[in-house]
Design a protein around this ligand. Sequence first.
Ligand code: SF4
Ligand code: SF4
Length: 86
Amino acid sequence: MAYVIAAPCVADYSCVEACPIDCIRPRPDDPDFNSTEQLYIDPTSCIECDACVTVCPVSAVHDAFHLPEVWRDYEAVNADYFQATR
Ligand code: SF4
Ligand code: SF4
């Protein structure tokens, strides 16, 4: 079960640098980086290593199973970002 980035994300990029498999977008060299409201985790690539959770300053990352109910929609929001960019 992949990890999910939810509403508190402030797009500070800490998790991108921590992720060992580079599955968090957008990156600074992506065209939408400056306009994005949050970052997103690719659910088809995430290996559930927990590295992004450890570095996030606002506790925005959760594994999908433990995603707070109020942010349940963010599982689809993360997946949709990668559907739209593929
Ligand atoms: S859990 Fe690991 S692999 Fe998944 S997004 Fe976070 S850092 Fe990357
Ligand atoms: S570390 Fe947390 S706040 Fe920063 S971009 Fe990643 S999810 Fe968003």
